[in-house]
Ligand binder design. Structure first.
Ligand code: NAP
Length: 347
């Protein structure tokens, strides 16, 4: 039986619902508290959330009354899927009150003592938490996961670090679920491509360097790779597809790159964490893959699929990567972070 009580801030939104679905049968974590805005406060979750996922909502969670998003009644471990316009103040108030907040929001990702965690890549960044309490004056802590496109890119780049990553050009084709609910109006997105997502390119260009960087004296020295990003929204339900070009200091062979992708593994796999995908990266050999319609749910939405690796006449190589934006890129990523924190004795 799961024994660790957890709460979800922003439980009614796109990512909040994904948390509820993924935690439904979790072996360690049990959802006991749900928080959202005044629009939802006091309503049974089933009524406040307007459930939008294919997985059935359990009666036990559906009946829980949604609380306001302030500390007091929530358990120590709280996942956050709050809108970023309010996440800054609310998450800080929870951390000040002694909660461990495992957040999806952008607000604290680049704060020097806040881990921007992908456990397969930088599990050691949790050591930043030692300096966080003193630096920010919190009894609790905040740990973040990256932007949904950045997770997919970083997973694809991490295995390539030994070849001397120098330059990266990325163009994304991002799903509608990435914009939350109700998100982009149907008139704007149906039969269309929107070549602008506010703030997304900057997040990809900066977060990737922190994730791939090294902890040094209580902060992260960013990885020297230069990243240039263009982002687009496309009429796809779930799954961010990314066209990625890479330049290296020591360009490897095609075979060495595919071997690096397929052999890649990390602490979640070694520790057999419940949400760890095995393997974390799949290389698809078919020439027309990955596709969101066919590959997005691989590894219960936690596996990143890569394909179409080929030489690039501008940089050294180019390929396509795909990941589930609300699972690997959001709720599933945060749950994996919390599982690692539990095993490391932090929660
Ligand atoms: P969303 O569907 O718009 O949900 C936002 C949530 O925030 C709702 O639960 C909403 O509650 C709550 N909220 C809004 N204003 C509030 C307030 N004043 N006080 C308390 N709660 C408030 O957004 P989302 O797509 O789930 O994204 C949630 C967060 O995750 C965002 O920071 C987003 O950038 C990040 N993220 C999203 C994705 C993705 O693929 N969607 C991926 C990675 C990260 P009500 O229902 O009561 O209004």
């Amino acid at each position: 039986m799961p024994t660790i009580p957890v709460g979800i801030l922003g439980a009614t939104g796109m990512v909040g619902q994904q948390f509820v679905a993924l935690l439904a049968n979790h072996p360690w974590f049990r959802v006991t508290w749900l928080g959202a805005s005044q629009r939802s406060e006091g309503k049974p979750y089933r009524e406040a959330a307007a459930w939008r996922l294919p997985a059935a909502l359990s009666d036990a969670i559906g009946r829980l009354t949604v609380d306001n998003a302030s500390p007091g009644r929530a358990p120590q471990l709280v996942f956050s899927a709050l809108d970023s316009s309010v996440a800054g103040d609310i998450e800080a108030s929870f951390a000040q009150a002694g909660h461990f907040v495992v957040s999806n929001s952008r607000n604290y990702r680049m704060e020097p003592t806040v881990p921007l965690l992908i456990p397969e890549i930088n599990a050691d960044h949790l050591t930043l938490l030692d300096a966080q309490g003193a630096g920010l004056g919190w009894k609790g802590r905040i740990v973040t996961n990256p932007n949904c496109s950045t997770v997919v890119l970083s997973m694809a780049l991490a295995p390539l670090r030994p070849f001397g990553l120098k330059t990266v050009m990325i163009t994304t084709l991002q799903a509608v679920s990435g914009a939350g609910y109700p998100g982009v109006p149907s008139w704007d997105i149906l039969g269309n491509v929107i070549p602008f997502i506010d703030g997304e390119e900057e997040k990809i260009e900066t977060e990737t360097k922190k994730i791939l960087g090294c902890v040094n004296g209580g902060r992260v020295d960013p990885h020297p790779v230069t990243v240039s990003a263009s982002t687009t929204r496309v009429p796809v339900h779930n799954g961010h597809t990314e066209s990625i070009g890479v330049g290296f200091e020591r360009p490897p062979s095609v075979e060495a790159m595919i071997e690096a992708f397929t052999a890649f593994t990390g602490k979640p796999q070694t520790l057999e964490l419940p949400s760890a995908p095995i393997p974390p990266i799949v290389y698809a050999n078919e020439r027309n893959r990955p596709q969101p319609a066919l590959d997005v749910d691989r590894g219960r939405g936690m596996t990143v699929t890569i394909g179409r690796l080929r030489r690039c006449p501008v940089l050294d190589y180019k390929f396509i990567a795909l990941g589930h934006n609300t699972i690997r890129g959001a709720a599933g990523a945060a749950i994996l972070n919390a599982e690692l924190m539990h095993v490391e004795g932090l929660v």
